[in-house]
Design a protein around this ligand. Structure first.
Ligand code: ADP
Ligand code: MG
Ligand code: ZN
Length: 476
């Protein structure tokens, strides 16, 4: 059997740190990068007798994540103690949500080569982050600044089928969460991290294979590579007749392999018990609706609206909506212009080439781009002139309509005038003329180019080409 005889089954558990000023159960700050152990108190260090109280913003942000991912948000949910011992968590339990999470039954729409796929999201729950262990010179140091930083865990259904698809899911998920302001999504700082569950089964088999879990992946590339490695490893095991064992693994970025961390003979038992120090989390319908109103317009919805409202090509609309600032700039220009498609064309095929940097910042104001599109749309200037004007606007601001008048840049649409220039071109370029008459259509473009040059790029292109063709036909 080969790789194509197997199907991979993948589910992701994504942890996202929420963008709150203070921690989940105390008022310590959540800022990243502070001196170790300068942002903690008895509550987030879990000292006996300290009492947690829930930061309401955590509930709001988690619910927004749920709404953005089409989940049902529970009007009542609760917190539980997930019990385990590890020094990064001195209480020996993590306050999380077990049986009754805040959000359930959602999905994310994934764009794939074969079309759109819905990836189910089984649950989103709130929990506290643990401290960070640092291993130095044979000693282990602990920084509790991260302890008590609010997290949501987003658990997908096992609907993903390849490393690539899992990485795309994570990219899409991150974009959604960041655009809602739920998390800053900085993977290199650990504010978004991901555990992946992987199993394989022969194509056509209905039941799942035994899965392994790869912990704590913090880049899209690692997610993709770790999964692909793991799929190959599991297939090889099965083919050798050894079978896959349930275990937790980690990804070694240097070797590109997954490495055993610990065996799990069966599912871990965390002996969840209801957290006695916190009341149930309540959210009214009105509160949930108010949060829904706070959601931004997501790229897909925005692209569909741009197609509808401005008659853009779908591909262009999607490109414009990939970057919020780019979409905003387009809309600002298109609103005050009678030719929104021209705005989009000028923006995507000309202006973008003069912009660099991660976020779109235009060197030309939206009003000026709108004015250029109007001048071109109404036929005052041709596209060559518009491109030149756009370049000049990138250097410094001016009123394009005024400059077109002052410098006489308007299109030449006078037939007699165009005819005179065309005759000159024909007289001066006998070789191109002969080529054209011998069936070389490309020669027309060169003649047309000469005509443009002679008119300073101002000839109306369609009309002048028509005149040129007529003259070429006549004077044999
Ligand atoms: P646990 O309670 O052990 O964390 P869950 O049922 O919550 O297990 O599943 C954790 C993740 O593993 C989910 O994202 C789920 O989709 C995924 N998953 C479950 N079964 C499999 C499987 N056989 N192969 C791959 N992924 C799986
Ligand atoms: Mg789990
Ligand atoms: Zn604290």
């Amino acid at each position: 059997m080969s790789r194509s005889d197997f199907e991979a089954v993948i589910g992701l558990e994504v942890h996202a740190e929420l963008r709150t000023k203070t921690k989940i159960f105390c008022s310590c700050p959540t800022d990243f990068g502070a001196e170790p152990n300068t942002q903690c108190c008895p509550i987030c260090m879990g000292l006996p007798g300290s009492m947690p109280s829930l930061n309401r913003r955590v509930v709001e942000l988690a619910a927004m994540a749920g709404l953005a991912l089409h989940c049902t948000v529970s009007p009542i949910s609760r917190t539980d103690r997930k019990q385990y011992f590890y020094p990064d968590l001195p209480k020996a339990y993590q306050i999380s949500q077990g049986e009754v999470p805040l959000c359930r039954n959602g999905y994310l729409v994934l764009k794939t080569a074969e079309g759109e796929r819905r990836i189910g999201i089984s649950r989103i729950h709130i929990e506290e982050d643990a401290g960070k262990l640092m291993h130095e010179n044979g000693k282990t140091l602990i920084d509790y600044n991260r302890s008590g930083v609010p997290l949501i865990e987003i658990v997908s259904e096992p609907h993903l089928r390849s490393g690539r698809e899992a990485a795309d899911y994570l990219r899409t998920l991150r974009a959604i969460l960041v655009s809602c302001g739920v998390t800053d999504g900085k993977m290199q700082e650990g504010s978004l991290r991901c555990d992946v569950n992987v199993s394989v089964r022969p194509v056509g088999m209905k039941t799942f294979g035994v899965r392994t879990e790869i912990k704590n992946l913090n880049s899209f590339t690692f997610v993709e590579k770790a999964i692909e490695y793991e799929i190959a490893r599991q297939i090889a095991l099965i083919e050798r007749g050894e079978g896959v064992r349930m275990e937790t693994r980690r990804y070694d970025a240097v070797s590109g392999e997954t490495v055993l961390m610990r065996r799990k003979e069966q599912a871990e038992d965390y002996r969840f018990i209801v957290e006695p120090d916190l009341p149930p989390i309540l959210l009214t319908e009105t509160e949930i609706e108010a949060l829904r109103q706070c959601l931004p317009e997501f790229p897909d919805a925005r692209a569909a609206r741009l197609v509808r409202e401005y008659g853009l090509a779908e591909k262009d609309a999607r490109t414009l909506c990939q970057d919020v600032a780019l979409g905003n700039y387009f809309e600002a220009a298109a609103k005050s212009c009678a030719y929104p498609r021209l705005v989009s064309n000028l923006l995507l095929s000309e202006l973008l080439r003069h912009c660099d940097g991660a976020e779109f910042v235009s060197p030309v104001s939206a009003d000026r781009l709108a004015a250029l599109a109007d001048l071109m749309g109404e036929g005052t200037v041709n596209s060559a002139t518009v491109k030149k004007l756009l370049l000049r606007l990138c250097e410094g601001d001016f009123d394009p309509r005024l400059v077109v008048e002052q410098e006489d840049l308007g299109q030449i649409r006078d037939k007699a005038k165009l005819r005179t220039v065309a005759l000159e071109v024909i007289a001066e370029n006998p070789r191109a003329v002969a080529d054209y008459r011998n069936g070389k259509n490309a020669a027309l473009r060169s003649l047309q180019g000469r005509l443009m040059a002679k008119t300073g790029g101002r000839a109306e292109p369609i009309l002048s080409e028509k005149i040129m063709k007529e003259l070429l036909k006549e004077e044999v």
